[in-house]
Unconditional design. Sequence first.
Length: 276
Amino acid sequence: MLVVGWLVLGLVILYGAMFSYLWWFQRNLIYRTDPVRPIPTDYTTHGLKEVTVRTADGLDLLAWWFPPKRSEAPVFLYLHGNAGNLGYRAEKIGTYLSEGFGVLLLAWRGYSGNQGFPSENGLYEDGRAAYSWLKSQKIKEEKIVLYGESLGTGIAVQLAYQGMGTALILETPFSSLPEAAQAHYPFFPANWIVRDKFDSLLKIGTLEQPILIGHGKNDYVIPFRLAAKLFNAATEPKKFSVYEEAGHNNLAEFGWPSEVINFLNDHVSGPQDRNK
C-alpha cells in the first residue's frame, strides 16, 4: 500500500508539473514562429512584392502584395496558418494569382522575421492593420475577401465579426482553440488552461458574409468534426467542401482552389466581371 501511495503521489506531482508547464509556456507551444524572412522571388515567379503593414501598437509587419489584374476582381486578405513563413504559402495562392485576383499575404508578429510576440489580441491587431492597408490602396471593401488558413481562420472570423470583408473563406478551420487543443491533450482541461480562445463558434452564427469552409477527413491537426461543428453554427449563405482523403495541408490536391474560385464568382465578382 505504501508503494501504491508513493506512486499515486508521484503521478499527481507529475500531472501538476505538466499542468503548470502548459499554463506558463502555452504560447510557446501554440505559436510555432519562424525567424526566417523570406524573399518572394525565392518562392514564386508571380511578381509578389514586399510591403510593410504598420500595426496600431507600432510593429512593422512583412507582407507580400499582388494587386488585382482587373478592377472588379476580388482581393484576398490571406491570413496564414501556424508554423513556417510566407514562402510556404506561395504555392497555395498561385492559382488565385493566375486568375487575376489580388492577394495581400500577411506575416504575423513573430513570424517570417517580424518583431513582436504572437497572442490572440496581437494577431487580431495584425489582421485589422492589414485590412486598413488594403483600404489605403483604394481597394473597395466590397471586393476584400477574408481568407483564413488553419490558425488564420480564427482571425478571419474575428475580422468578419467586426464587419470587415465581403466573403469569408476558411481552410481547415477549428471551432475554438481550446477545443482544438483538447483533441491533442485529452487529459488536461484545455478550456481552463488555454488563454487565447479564438472562439469562432461563438461568432460565426452572427455573420452576414457568405462563408465557404473546406476540410479534409484525414486532418489529424484539426479534427474534421470541429469544422463540421463550425459549419453547422454558421448562417446562410454557406457551403462546406468536404474532402474524404485530404489531410491538413493538401486540400489543393483535391480541387479546393476551384471551389474557392467558383464560390467567389457566385458571391463576389460574378460571371459578368470575368470578361472585364
